[in-house]
Design a protein around this ligand. Structure first.
Ligand SMILES: [Zn+2]
Length: 270
């Protein structure tokens, strides 16, 4: 910078400050105009954008609505076809039951101060016992033991809970109904009319309708009807698995017959 005399330099400082102040005002003005222009342009496009968006939404709706209808129809058909397959599975589950299995429970099966049959149906039997547990106060448990040919998932049975003794043999129902201080108290509870009836109803569940269904199945179908769905077959006793039984076999897998323990032949899946 060329050297000037002092007064010139001071003058220039004062002038420069004035000009800078003016330029700052100008800068703010430019920024304001810039913002204004941006808003104006954005506003002018906004409506067109909104219109286009609405147009797009409408076009999508027109294109998709008939497809959604088709999809619903498609799903309804799948559900109905699957419903039939589910029904066939239920029929086969019924046919797999051992209709003549002995369900009797001996009265002396458990060391007990009380014993009474509360459910005594052809395919489902439950007996009540009152047994000593090792609790200090409510020393006796009213317990239900049951055996069923009709069982889960065909017939919903009461949930098992820990009975206070070791059971021998297979029980489908093993449940503690209530506990009390004495045999007499528990008998009295049972003797109060609604209690025993309520208990019988709870234990039986929807047995009656499931029994009707079972008898109808036995009348109308036999396991052999399902042979065409076989995925594994026992050449010794003729028992077979289908994919409805919920078992899948890999080719070459060794499967033992659940009826006679001989090896089964794996068949190609249908
Ligand atoms: Zn077999």
């Amino acid at each position: 910078m060329e050297m000037e005399d002092g007064s010139t330099l001071v003058r220039r400082v004062i002038e420069n400050r004035k000009r800078i102040a003016a330029l700052v005002v100008k800068r703010d003005e430019i920024l304001k105009q810039k913002q204004h222009n941006r808003e104006k342009i954005e506003n002018s496009f906004r409506r067109r954008i909104d219109e286009l968006k609405a147009e797009q939404t409408e076009a999508l709706r027109r294109a998709e609505e008939p497809k959604d209808t088709e999809l619903r129809e498609n799903q309804r058909e799948i559900n109905s076809l699957e419903g039939e397959i589910y029904h066939a599975k239920r029929v086969l589950d019924f046919l797999r039951l051992k209709v003549d299995e002995d369900l009797s429970i001996r009265d002396d099966m458990v060391q007990s101060g009380y014993c009474k049959a509360i459910v005594d149906e052809r395919f489902y039997k439950v007996k009540l016992f009152i047994v000593e547990n090792n609790k200090p106060k409510n020393k006796y448990s009213l317990v239900a033991l049951g055996r069923a040919i009709l069982h889960e998932p065909l017939l919903k049975l009461p949930k098992n809970s820990g009975v206070p003794f070791l059971t021998q043999g297979r029980y489908d129902v093993e449940t503690v109904i209530r506990e009390g201080p004495s045999i007499a108290e528990l008998k009295q509870w049972l003797g109060y009319p609604p209690n025993e009836e309520d208990l019988r109803r709870k234990l039986k569940g929807d047995y009656d309708s499931v029994e009707r269904e079972y008898l109808e199945v036995l009348e109308n179908y036999k396991a052999q009807d399902f042979q065409a769905l076989a995925v594994a077959e026992c050449k010794t006793c003729g028992f077979f698995h289908t994919d409805l039984d919920g078992v899948l076999h890999k080719p070459g897998e060794e499967v033992k017959c659940t009826q006679c323990s001989r090896p089964m032949t794996i068949l190609a899946r249908v």
